[in-house]
Design a protein around this ligand. Structure first.
Ligand code: HEM
Length: 117
């Protein structure tokens, strides 16, 4: 069971890598667009995060305030990606810079919280 939990944590971290990696790619390319890759990474983080939020194997202690805050961050980030994607589809333009930077900052913030708190 512990091995399975570690595999799920690994997938959870891959979710972050995919979201943040997609974002960095857009930053470095100076395109400032949201891509499906970011959505897929976030979905993976959400599904694996919810699975990890259950206390298994028995006896494990979880930091629920931290998990709750990460869930809120993830939902806000999902909203930002959704809004930005809809807008860029409608206008054909990159997303507004404020939205673009917020997405990267929130993704990093969630990962920072996870590791440092
Ligand atoms: C963008 C969103 C998120 C990012 C970047 C993120 C990042 C991480 C990282 C890097 C870890 C591994 C480090 C550690 O074990 O402390 C982790 C663990 C974990 N995350 Fe997330 N996370 C996110 C969202 C969520 C959500 C939405 C949930 C639950 C609803 C969640 C629940 C957990 C749990 C339960 C652990 C394992 C803690 C443990 O077993 O010690 N995460 N997260």
């Amino acid at each position: 069971m512990e091995l399975l939990r570690n595999v799920v944590i690994f997938l959870h971290i891959i979710g972050f890598a995919v979201t943040f990696g997609g974002w960095v790619t857009q930053l470095v390319a100076r395109e400032f667009r949201f891509t499906r890759v970011m959505d897929y990474g976030l979905l993976l983080s959400l599904l694996t995060g919810l699975a990890l939020a259950a206390p298994w194997p028995a006896g494990i202690e979880l930091n629920y305030p931290k998990i709750g805050i990460k869930l809120v961050i993830l939902l806000v980030l999902g909203g930002i990606l959704g809004m930005g994607s809809a807008r860029q589809k409608r206008t054909g333009e990159p997303v507004p810079r404020a939205l673009f930077w917020s997405a990267g900052a929130l993704s990093l913030l969630a990962a920072g919280l996870a590791v440092i708190w």
